[in-house]
Design a protein around this ligand. Structure first.
Ligand code: KIV
Length: 273
């Protein structure tokens, strides 16, 4: 579908995403962390805006996503919601806010929804966090799952390499995806898994499967905004397509400004009162 034919007005809901899967219409999802970028992304016709805990890397400069707190996620999600009219806004639950204690999990999910006005939450993991997901769902909060490479578990994996290449891990992934579907998650992110496996998962569940580094056989795609806009040049995995080189554009614009200030070219006569 070309950008011209995207319905940029009708609000995206979880029900509309499942309709899209049924119709075979691909779902476009992108991260955002602030008001201004969310507004631009929403106006372009994005279906889902993810307030990812990748904010830890691209906004806060941390090496992993683990340091993010519920307060920080609420701050980012609140700003994104203010800039968004059409897209469904999903907020990541950060590391430590849902693993272990399902009562804490629902408390944190309710805080995120109440204080940020995001419309859904995303949690990483399968059977290990089933109780937390079920409690959050029972509070009427839509949940997006996340399987495959789950960056909050980087210390367990020890690497950001492709997941589920071996049969046992692939079988567990399919089982987890079916479980997330059966308990009522509305969608599922699959990160960095073989394309054939991702397609099999998408065909085995009724909910939309949104891939990142998971090939084209799924129901939609998600990327981190900084990566696809070329703001994060140090990161260039095989799955990433760069749609702009804003890093270079910003660098050139800022260098130009510095030069104009130093040479007294800026401000000129028409740029003052
Ligand atoms: O935090 C994030 O940006 C994510 C995406 C990579 C799916 O979870």
């Amino acid at each position: 579908m070309s950008t011209n034919t995207v319905d940029k007005v009708r609000k995206v809901t979880t029900a509309r995403l499942s309709e899209m899967k049924r119709r075979g219409e691909k779902i476009a999802m992108l991260t955002a962390y602030d008001f201004s970028m969310a507004k631009l992304i929403d106006e372009a016709g994005m279906d889902v805006i993810l307030v990812g805990d990748s904010a830890s890397n691209v906004m806060a400069g941390n090496v992993t996503t683990l340091p993010m707190t519920v307060d920080q996620m609420i701050y980012h999600a609140k700003s994104v919601v203010k800039g968004t009219n059409r897209a469904l806004v999903v907020c990541d639950m950060p590391f430590g806010s849902y693993q272990g204690d399902s009562k804490e999990a629902v408390k944190n999910a309710i805080r995120i929804m109440k204080e940020s006005h995001a419309e859904a939450v995303k949690l990483e993991g399968g059977s290990e966090i089933r109780e937390s997901i079920e409690r959050i769902l029972s509070a009427g909060i839509p949940v997006m799952g996340h399987l495959g490479l789950t960056p909050q578990s980087i210390n367990k994996f020890g690497t950001y390499a492709v997941r589920a290449k071996e049969e046992a891990e692939a079988a567990k992934l399919i089982e987890d995806a079916r479980m997330l579907d059966s308990i009522g998650c509305f969608a599922l992110v699959l990160e960095k898994v073989p394309a054939a496996l991702a397609q099999k998962v998408a065909e085995s569940v009724s909910i939309p499967v949104i891939g990142i580094g998971a090939g084209g056989g799924v129901d939609g795609q998600v990327l981190v905004m900084h990566d696809m806009l070329g703001l994060n040049k140090g990161f260039s995995p095989k799955f990433l397509r760069r749609y702009a080189d804003l890093g270079t554009a910003i660098n050139e614009a800022v260098s130009h400004y510095i030069e104009d200030v130093k040479t007294s070219d800026f401000p000129n006569a028409s740029e003052q009162y």
